[in-house]
Design a protein around this ligand. Structure first.
Ligand code: VG1
Ligand code: CO
Length: 543
């Protein structure tokens, strides 16, 4: 085996967004594209010599080929060891755990999360650091700088490594350790949760349907729910990971997981439904006829975490991404614990968790997790709920009703305008930014603006500063609108509008969200001129 240096030049557009680099699969397959990015990562972290990495992905199309390239480049760059999931599979939370467990220097996770998979769909690569969490802003910036100045990459010309057998193998001087993708993560879950109580729940006839959406979580869910906790075979549906995710869109929300929503709204619905996304870090929670918004799920978990063995001592603090509803803030206030508001993307939670300031984090986009890893964790969230239901003996609908009575309800929805012309989206945001100072005191559909800003954040641990994270408009009475451009799309621009309205009147806690939010939705349209500017009748996706 010999290594060689390949001359190359920068490839435009290798700037990572909210969660690593995400592009069309064919872009990643183009000559030198993947290689440039991998070498840029290795350069940005001070080289790979003597280092230990974890590698794995969500099993999507090109996962298998990309891993072979990363292995050959790691060997050529002098890495000591790479730990790979068997057949190249690892969910994002499992990869995060393996990095921490093995004290690795970082990990390469191959995924475009919930984006569709296939040669004509999307592919992605994200680098996680030694703490198991996504590359920080500083490292992401360093990687971008490398992609703009790269002149060569190193690769060996060895044949493919066989990743089908668990055990040790070598690539030149580099050791390759192939591990069961599920075992270590499942063992971690057994430490955190009362598996006996959850087993008793299933023994008593409690029925769960878990939709793995043909993506990474299938094997994890089968091992934990069916093989360990005694849920009957068939509890996990769409449980076999497929390279094209069965042609679906593994984004666990009522729109894309409509198959599960139909099951949960049928007369013979199971007690509990859940789903996860492409790489297993997101979750959807739904009771019989009772969908739980991710923001509410975070608040319920914050309110009840002490019922779960791993969190029996109570939480040190909680954090949410800025657009996530303020439901969790109300729980934190009632329980007198710190609550942080950070920019979108899990990388911003890492320093708070490393410093012990928080051990529960969440995003409105169906991400919830704790400091057991440094990523959001779909199966963890589902187990949190199962453990809470097992202890309280309540249904999901009962838990929600009680929570809203205690803390009030933050009605919430997100509207997405997808694949917009980038210029139109940018001008819309620029105009909003320019007009911020004129908003306070104005009325829109009867709602008075109290404050408006462009969200900026200073990390309380390392003082790093981030600006331009989204326009916030706060109204009197606890309503809020946030305008933000997506950083994970691969086509045009996606404008996300996050809409929220607090309700504390006990007689108004069970309305249709779109009805409760009607005035806020109209106000957002008036403030941004959405229909006129986009030329569309409304958003493509409402979640
Ligand atoms: C979206 C979500 C964000 C999430 C990110 C990665 O980003 O809104 O909350 O952290 O996806 O999720 P954006 O920039 O498109 O809004 V995923 O499951 O990569 O792993
Ligand atoms: Co994901």
């Amino acid at each position: 085996m010999s290594s060689h240096i390949v001359a190359t030049q920068p490839i435009a557009g290798q700037n990572a967004g909210t969660s690593g680099l995400r592009r069309k699969t064919r872009d990643f397959m183009a000559p030198h594209f993947l290689e440039n990015y991998v070498q840029s990562i290795m350069n940005a972290i001070g080289g790979a010599t003597g280092k230990r990495f974890v590698v794995g992905g969500d099993g999507r199309y090109f996962n298998d080929r990309a891993i072979q390239v990363i292995l050959r480049m790691a060997a050529a760059n002098g890495a000591a060891e790479v730990i790979s999931g068997q057949n190249g599979l690892l969910s994002t939370p499992a990869a995060s755990h393996l990095i921490r467990l093995n004290k690795a220097d970082g990990g390469f996770i191959l995924s475009a999360s919930h984006n569709p998979a296939g040669i004509d769909a999307d592919f992605g690569l994200k680098f996680n650091m030694g703490n198991g969490g996504p590359a920080t802003e500083a490292v992401t910036d360093a990687i971008l700088a490398q992609t703009q100045s790269i002149t060569a990459y190193q690769i060996t010309d060895a044949p493919d490594v066989d990743l089908t057998q668990i055990g040790q193998t070598e690539l030149g001087e580099m050791q390759i350790t192939i591990v069961d993708p599920v075992a270590d993560h499942a063992a971690l879950m057994a430490q955190l949760f009362d598996f006996d109580a959850i087993r008793a729940l299933f023994d008593g006839g409690f029925r769960l349907t878990f939709d793995a959406m043909h993506a990474a979580t299938g094997p994890y869910a089968k091992a934990i729910f069916e093989d360990t906790l005694g849920a009957p075979a068939g509890t996990v549906v769409n449980g076999t990971p497929l390279p094209d995710f069965g042609g679906g869109h593994p984004d666990p929300n009522p729109i894309w997981a409509s198959e599960l929503m139909d099951i949960m709204n049928a007369p013979d619905a199971p007690d509990f439904g859940a789903a996860s996304d492409g790489d297993g870090d997101r979750n959807m929670i739904v009771g019989r006829g009772a969908y739980v918004t991710p923001s509410d799920s975070l608040a319920v978990i914050a309110a009840n975490a002490h019922l779960v063995p791993g969190y029996a001592k109570g939480l040190s603090g909680v954090a949410r991404s800025m657009p996530t509803s303020t439901a969790v803030d109300r729980v934190a206030r009632a329980k007198d614990m710190p609550c942080f508001e950070v920019p979108t993307g899990w990388k911003f939670f890492g320093s708070l968790m490393d410093a012990g300031k928080v051990n529960l984090c969440g995003e409105e986009s169906a991400g919830t997790g704790s400091d057991h890893v440094r990523e959001k964790d779909g199966l963890w969230a589902v187990l949190m709920w199962l453990n809470i239901l097992a202890v309280t003996g309540q249904s999901v609908a009962d838990v929600m009703a009680q929570h809203w009575r205690t803390y009030g309800r933050n009605y919430y929805t997100r509207h997405d305008y997808e694949a917009l012309d980038k210029d139109i989206a940018n001008v819309l945001m620029d105009d909003l930014r320019a007009g911020l100072d004129t908003l306070p005191g104005k009325q829109f559909t009867g709602l008075e603006v109290m404050a408006a800003d462009d969200f900026a954040y200073t990390d309380p641990v390392d003082s790093s500063h981030t600006t331009g994270q989204g326009i916030r408009v706060m109204f009197a009475g606890g309503a809020r609108v946030v305008f933000r451009l997506s950083g994970t799309g691969t086509q045009g621009a996606t404008l996300r509008i996050y809409l929220e309205q607090l309700e504390t009147d006990v007689d108004r806690l069970h309305m249709e969200p779109e009805v409760a939010l009607a005035a806020v939705i109209q106000a957002a349209d008036q403030i941004a001129g959405l229909r006129d500017r986009t030329g569309r009748g409304g958003p493509e996706v409402k979640t």
